[in-house]
Design a protein around this ligand. Structure first.
Ligand code: ADP
Length: 396
């Protein structure tokens, strides 16, 4: 089957056309600056990227441009649109309504819309992308794949906040967790790599990218994860603060004369390693700056590592042990220094790093612990688009 995977944001849209049998990406790219001016990036497998500046006032026009590019006579990946068998849409928040991917129909879309309050920046944009695709491809089945769904197996003790219960009753204020597609995909890959049944393992997945979260996967079920009601909680991220004392919001609002939404903007966009370092949210920039003696860049990386260590320790405690620790996403897949720093804290768990294997593991599946290590540590590239494609095929 040929599946078009769409990840639609408020002003951008990423897409991949994937052949589910060969798992080959036939074409991929993105639309940027939708509603502003518009730019289409398109790349057919084996060819160079094409960049076209063209007005795209709406998401529908953006998706039309993607479809036109896919069937373009010279560089198209398919001859006709009818070759697209299904569309898989990433949806950020499924609330408590969605514990699995689902075929999209009017009833489902109404339920997704009810989750908009929980992710006001993301869900409405996801829905706009779905509606636009439905208008342009009315006959093609569409599937929604939720970032939150994998974590719906969390027990209530893990997802309740220490707040009055009425806020859970009234507004469903609780931990949901995100990156579920990645945590699910990577934990399953990890089980394959170590050659043991998924349902028998205690796995900790560290998804360390711009956004970052840790997940405890106990016998194939997510039992805890570091992101919460929104993706702001947990690890120190590229620009997000992660865990802070909630009183800081009021404190900063008073001291800096900022509104609540301005403080939230600081926590989401100006904090994390970018905020600590004052250099960048990108770990490559931090590494370069630290090498030149920038102490805050060094501190930002150390603070990032420290927080990951705390969560791994917590999740080993939660599961009463851990068999596998897997690192994924931009930093987790590529940054051997960060992985080594994190794992150095787990001698008490019997973890021994294979330094040579760790240094080699860049964007590939690789065991990075020594054979005598009590916990198998891995680098596992994530592939959210392929995971969405597989979920879509399973439902269509
Ligand atoms: P996003 O959450 O935006 O998908 P990514 O998973 O792409 O983020 O992760 C971005 C981070 O990964 C950046 O800090 C970047 O420095 C790091 N990264 C990505 N590729 C590499 C690489 N080849 N080597 C080292 N670091 C990398």
């Amino acid at each position: 089957m040929k599946v078009l995977v769409i990840n639609c944001g408020s002003s951008s849209l990423k897409y991949q056309l994937i052949d589910s049998d060969s798992e080959e990406v036939l074409a991929k790219g993105l639309c940027e600056r939708i509603g502003i001016d518009g730019r289409l990036v398109y790349q057919k497998a084996g060819l160079d990227k094409e960049i076209t500046d063209a007005p795209m006032p709406t998401h529908k026009q953006a998706i039309q441009m993607v479809l036109d590019a896919l069937v373009n006579e010279k560089t198209g990946a398919i001859r006709e649109l009818s070759e697209i068998d299904a569309v898989g849409h990433r949806i950020v928040h499924g609330g408590e309504k969605f514990a699995a991917s689902t075929l999209l129909n009017e009833e489902v879309l109404a339920a997704v819309e009810e989750c908009n309050d929980l992710a006001p920046l993301h869900n409405p944009a996801n829905l706009i992308g779905i509606r636009a695709c439905q208008e342009l491809m009315p006959e093609v089945p569409m599937v929604g794949v939720f970032d939150t769904a994998f974590h719906q197996t969390m027990p209530q003790v893990a997802y309740m906040y220490g707040l009055p219960y009425e806020y859970y009753d009234k507004y469903k204020v609780r931990r949901y967790g995100f990156h579920g597609t990645s945590h699910s995909f990577v934990s399953k890959q990890a089980a394959k790599l170590v050659g043991k049944p998924y349902e028998e393992l205690k796995i900790i997945v560290c998804h360390l990218g711009n956004g970052a979260s840790v997940c405890a996967v106990d016998h194939g079920r997510s039992v805890d994860t570091s992101m919460g009601l929104t993706p702001l909680e947990g690890l120190i991220m590229g620009t997000r603060s992660g865990d802070v004392d909630p009183s800081i919001l009021e404190f900063l609002s008073r001291k800096e004369n900022m509104s609540l939404s301005e403080v939230m903007d600081v926590l989401n966009k100006k904090s994390g390693v970018a905020g600590i370092s004052g250099v960048s949210s990108d770990f490559r920039d931090l590494e370069a700056a630290a090498k030149e003696g920038n102490e805050k860049a060094e501190l930002a990386q150390e603070a990032f590592v420290y927080r990951v260590v705390k969560y791994i320790g917590a999740y080993a405690a939660v599961m009463n042990g851990v068999d596998v620790i897997a690192f994924t996403a931009g930093v987790g897949e590529n940054n051997d220094w960060i992985r080594a720093k994190i794992l150095a804290n787990f001698e008490y768990l019997g973890i021994h790093l294979d330094e040579e294997a760790n240094a080699k593991a860049k964007g590939v599946e690789q065991v990075i612990s020594t054979p005598d290590s009590k916990v198998i540590c891995l680098a596992v590239p994530t592939n959210e688009e392929l995971a969405i494609c597989k979920e879509t095929v399973a439902l269509v």
